[in-house]
Design a protein around this ligand. Structure first.
Ligand code: ATP
Ligand code: MG
Length: 567
């Protein structure tokens, strides 16, 4: 390809409101253009990177026995109603009514359609199967952001494993785990596998692959000493137990005009330090008002609440709802003596005595609360957010909390979808079983952006060889000099003949402009051909990663590049 003929619309300035590095560099480098919020056109350079990621994923999926499909993006609403996800997925699901008045859905993933296809299987002899596709997904994200990191329309490799039993599922899960490690490794991504929440899709065992980056939206908890690694949504830690009094007598005491945990602690430092208080939150979980209790100095993690209850709609109750249920306003709420309302409490409160909480009457609190005795807790669960520096549950070392990008997700689904779609197979004895499924995803454009987030400098992108749009750029200085131009073109053709992915920068631009573009776009090797070198029989080789330049004999440059590229 000649740069003069290529559509590579590089920009000197950052796009407005672009914070994430990958957003800035992919737009400036001419890889992507926004059409509307959350929808991006992938331009030729972006498409070359995407095609390489696609090929890496396909080769690793094929290596674990995957068979590639291509399913429709538009599904009949009916199958989503059948699986229950018509209601569960909520506003993220794009829904549209066709001319016949029928409901349709744009797929956020494809469990329904694959399970439907799996209903054609009959016997355990046909299992296991791994089915995959690389296909467009639509999600009406509440906040599309950061270029292609979070969009409403993106390409996902989604795969589904089909097995006769959970042992089979475990093997398929492990195969995917290995394939994902190899895929991300080949893409140049340092992706850490962490325990994760399965969210609303249903499933038990779930692992996310996370790349450390400030542009990410996931928080990860890792231990430096042992292999404990979890998404914050699932993470737990071993915080020190609090020494409680042996006896605690429930007493009401006046707390005029005190409305916060901090104010109560300041006023009654002996009786009510935050770790002795019960924080009472009122939530509405799928339309059911619920009290959620935590230690006064702990924060709720809403995902844990939805994971533990299975609720898909989680929101704080409105003041009027609280007033009518408890007869009190936030600031003096408590669960002592409350009946008829479900109460969920964080495990750190279990067995605690001598606690302080609101009395459901303005200006009054209780002290001496024995939670097991005085509060009707219906469910105990880990609900609180782990904080950096807390001790690891496995080894006691200090935990680190960091931010990252989720590039892949694997989880064990079970039989939920096969049951509703009647995907059954007979075992050896002729007994019918629902197929046991797993579900596995990788976002291609998010993966591309994650590579940029972790491979760049102040001048631009530094593509790892495996996913670079071009391996080499031959930059001709003085294209108006016929001899130099001919020498550049000859080198370009020689490299192209050796199957090197090469672009010839033959634009009539100043060298500074061409160098800056090559660095912005991130091509790993630049060979500069200029009049002086042509006369001396040399070229200059610049490596993008360290920006080092060396003179190389014209006669040996091709061999040198082939060696560097590793072909
Ligand atoms: P997130 O928590 O970031 O919303 P998710 O858990 O909804 O992700 P999955 O349903 O597991 O994501 O989808 C599989 C993969 O698809 C993700 O690991 C990610 O790489 C990609 N992906 C998901 N949502 C988006 C999006 N809105 N934009 C780009 N890629 C996405
Ligand atoms: Mg999501």
């Amino acid at each position: 390809m000649r740069w003069s003929q290529a559509f590579i619309p590089t920009l000197r300035d950052d796009p407005a409101e672009a914070e994430a590095v990958s957003h800035r560099l992919l737009v400036r480098g001419g890889f992507i253009r926004q059409l509307s919020a959350g929808h991006y056109s992938i331009l030729p350079l972006g498409q070359r990177v995407r095609a390489k990621i696609d090929a890496i994923i396909r080769s690793e999926m094929d290596a674990i026995g995957g068979q590639q499909f291509h399913l429709p993006a538009l599904h009949p609403g009916e199958i989503w109603k059948k699986s229950g996800r018509w209601d569960i997925v909520g506003d993220e699901l794009f829904r549209l009514v066709d001319r016949k008045g029928a409901d349709n859905v744009l797929g956020v993933t494809h469990e329904e359609v694959f399970a439907l296809l799996a209903s054609e299987l009959r016997s355990y002899r046909q299992l296991p199967q791994i089915w995959y596709q690389i296909q467009t997904k639509f999600r009406d994200e509440p906040r599309p952001k950061s270029g292609v990191l979070r969009v409403r329309e993106f390409t996902m490799k989604d795969s589904y494993s089909l097995d006769i039993d959970t042992d089979g599922l475990d093997s398929a899960f492990d195969l995917h785990h290995g394939a994902y490690r190899r895929i991300f490794g080949r893409m140049g991504l340092d992706a850490v596998d962490v325990e994760a929440s399965s969210g609303a899709m249903g499933g038990s065992n779930s692992v996310e692959f996370i790349v450390r980056s400030p542009a990410g939206e996931d928080w990860v908890v890792t231990c430096a000493q042992c292999d404990y690694r979890a998404n914050l949504e699932r993470a737990v830690s071993a915080i020190p137990e609090i020494d409680d009094p042996a006896e605690s007598t429930l007493e009401r005491f006046p707390t005029p005009s005190i409305k916060t945990i901090a104010a109560l602690a300041a006023e009654f430092p002996e009786v009510a330090p935050p770790e002795r208080q019960i924080k009472t939150l009122v939530y509405v979980l799928d339309d059911e008002l619920t009290l959620v209790l935590l230690r006064g100095d702990h924060e709720l993690l809403e995902q844990k609440l939805s994971d533990t209850t299975g609720a898909t709609k989680v929101r704080l109750a409105l003041v009027e709802e609280i007033k009518s249920a408890l007869g009190a306003l936030p600031g003096s709420l408590g669960a002592v003596g409350v009946g008829g309302i479900p109460i969920i409490a964080d495990s750190e409160l279990s067995g605690r005595r001598g606690l302080v909480t609101g009395a459901n009457e303005g200006g009054w609190h209780y002290s001496g609360v024995d939670i097991e005795r005085d509060v009707k807790v219906g469910r105990w669960a880990s609900l609180r957010t782990v904080r950096g520096g807390e001790p690891c549950v496995r080894c006691g070392s200090s935990l680190e909390v960091w931010k990252g990008i989720e590039v892949g997700h694997i989880f064990k689904l079970g039989t939920r979808y096969s049951e509703v779609m009647e995907a059954m197979v007979q075992d050896e004895a002729g007994v019918s079983h629902p197929i046991v499924m797993g579900s596995y995803g990788i976002g291609l454009e998010r993966g591309m952006a994650a590579v940029v987030e972790t491979n760049h400098d102040e001048r631009g992108i530094i593509w790892p060889l495996a996913v670079t749009p071009y391996q080499v750029v031959v930059t001709v200085l003085r294209v108006d000099d016929p001899e130099t131009m001919a020498a550049g073109k000859a080198l370009y053709e020689e490299l192209a003949n050796q199957r090197v992915e090469v672009i010839l920068d033959d634009r009539p631009e100043r060298p500074g402009v061409k160098f800056a573009d090559a660095e912005l776009v991130g091509i790993p090797f630049r060979v500069t051909v200029g009049p002086k070198g042509v006369a001396a029989g040399t070229v200059e080789l610049t490596t993008r990663r360290d920006l080092k330049t060396e003179g190389v004999d014209r006669t040996s440059i091709v061999a040198r590049l082939l060696e560097l590229i590793g072909t």
